[in-house]
Design a protein around this ligand. Structure first.
Ligand code: FES
Ligand SMILES: [Fe+2]
Length: 415
């Protein structure tokens, strides 16, 4: 896609800091190019998939880190490897399937082959024909392998990075975020499905939305009306020291609604007369000993770990240019789920996902923002709910974790 050059980019961040966000960050194609360099190829870890998605040597999955296509593959020894999905000959995309199994990767353009370690193994007509043509005798196969990324696996989640400088993954995430990943991935899991959702907005508008605990029970009528998530429930927000990662949580069973906007009837999302034709949609069972029924974890820059009742999912936000993005969903349960539990997870996931109501509404609101800010890039969004700081807090009537995202973003982008 056509990039403006980063040299064309200039931005003066408002003096009020992370409680103001210039709309330009969602509309500027030169900034988008700079993000590819400083975030997606910079000092960040990027989640690509789960080990269980590629259980056997040769199993692979393709994905993107920002705009760069990559292959995640289990090598002959069973270790996870990640390569740029680009042939080392003349740059053709090497693997076009979303997932599959291969003993080696063969490029369709000139049939160069690479093993599961990314080493160049075969070159068609390497010796030419009848002593004419072919590669020079001193051509160095070892110097022409696939571009290999640094990889780390944490509780079955596979992350990769272009950076040689970023801290080890556990340090990048910090103890609190790592502990939550351990809580969700506490035993063998089973994949229940995957799909993706196209959105007509900049990728950061979605990451703001995920970190915006303020909106959930106001935009999402279903969550509020049927009591799945309200700000009046016991809950809180935890934010990593860098600001970029967050964890929001709530307990459905502990709620004090009296005196709030919910009870006053001033919210569109609180409909007292709505009933479900099929109440099975809300069937749930208590799953975690801590009594926490909802958790949303955002890992900088673009991963979401979801536990909404019994709907468990990982979501990866993949940019598609400055004003579009695609959200990749991976639904899962545990290997020891009963068939009834797996069914209930899928039922709840349908409600949360884009074919239900919740994520459809998040996709819609992102496109509304993108459309209405396009003409005024110098104007700013206001982020003052819950104060002006980036601090963990016991209330989710707050935009603190959205401010945290911008704190981490500004640091990594040097803005
Ligand atoms: S570009 Fe892949 S073999 Fe030539
Ligand atoms: Fe939402």
């Amino acid at each position: 896609m056509p990039y403006a050059t980063t040299a064309e980019f200039s931005l003066q961040w408002p003096a009020l800091g992370v409680c103001r966000v210039p709309y330009q960050v969602f509309t500027d194609s030169a900034l988008y190019a700079l993000e590819q360099e400083r975030i997606f190829r910079g000092d960040a870890w990027h989640w690509l998939g789960l080990e269980v998605e590629t259980p056997n040597p040769g199993d692979f999955k393709t994905q993107r880190i920002g705009d760069t296509p990559v292959i995640m593959v289990r090598d002959a020894q069973g270790a996870m490897k990640v390569f740029v999905n680009r042939c080392a000959h003349r740059g053709a995309m090497l693997c076009v399937e979303r997932r599959g199994h291969a003993n080696q990767f063969t490029c369709v353009y000139h049939n160069w082959t690479f093993d599961l370690e990314g080493r160049l193994r075969g070159v068609a007509f390497r010796h030419g024909i009848r002593n004419q043509g072919g590669l020079p005798p001193d051509f160095d196969f070892a110097a022409h392998g696939l571009h290999r990324l640094r990889v780390e696996v944490l509780h079955g989640l596979v992350f990769a990075t272009f950076s040689e400088h970023v801290a080890p993954l556990a340090d990048y995430l910090g103890d609190r975020m790592t502990a939550h990943i351990a809580r969700i991935f506490n035993r063998p899991i089973r994949i229940l499905g995957s799909y993706s959702q196209f959105m007509h907005n900049n990728w950061k508008l979605y990451m703001e939305n995920v970190k915006d605990t303020y909106h959930a029970s106001i935009l999402h009528l279903f969550l509020t009306t049927f009591g799945l998530n309200r700000l009046s429930m016991e809950g809180g927000l935890e934010i990593s020291p860098c600001g970029g990662h967050h964890l929001s949580w709530s307990k459905r069973s502990v709620e004090e609604m009296a005196g709030t906007e919910y009870a006053k009837g001033t919210l569109r999302s609180m409909q007292k007369d709505f009933r479900l034709a099929d109440p099975r949609l809300l069937q749930t069972w208590p799953e975690f000993a801590d009594g926490v029924t909802n958790t949303i974890q955002g890992i900088f820059p673009n991963l979401v770990v979801q536990q909404i009742q019994n709907s468990l999912a990982l979501r990866l936000m993949v940019p598609q240019g400055v004003d579009a993005c695609e959200l990749h969903w991976l639904l899962f349960g545990y290997a020891d789920d009963t068939p009834e539990q797996a069914e209930m997870r899928l039922m709840q996931s349908n409600l949360i996902g884009p074919a239900g109501l919740v994520s459809m509404e998040d996709g819609m609101i992102g496109s509304w923002v993108q459309r209405s800010i396009a003409q005024d890039p110098e104007q700013t969004a206001v982020l003052e709910m819950g104060g002006r700081e980036v601090t963990s807090q016991g209330s989710r009537v707050s935009e603190a974790s959205v401010r945290g995202f911008w704190q981490a973003y500004r640091a990594m982008m040097d803005l």
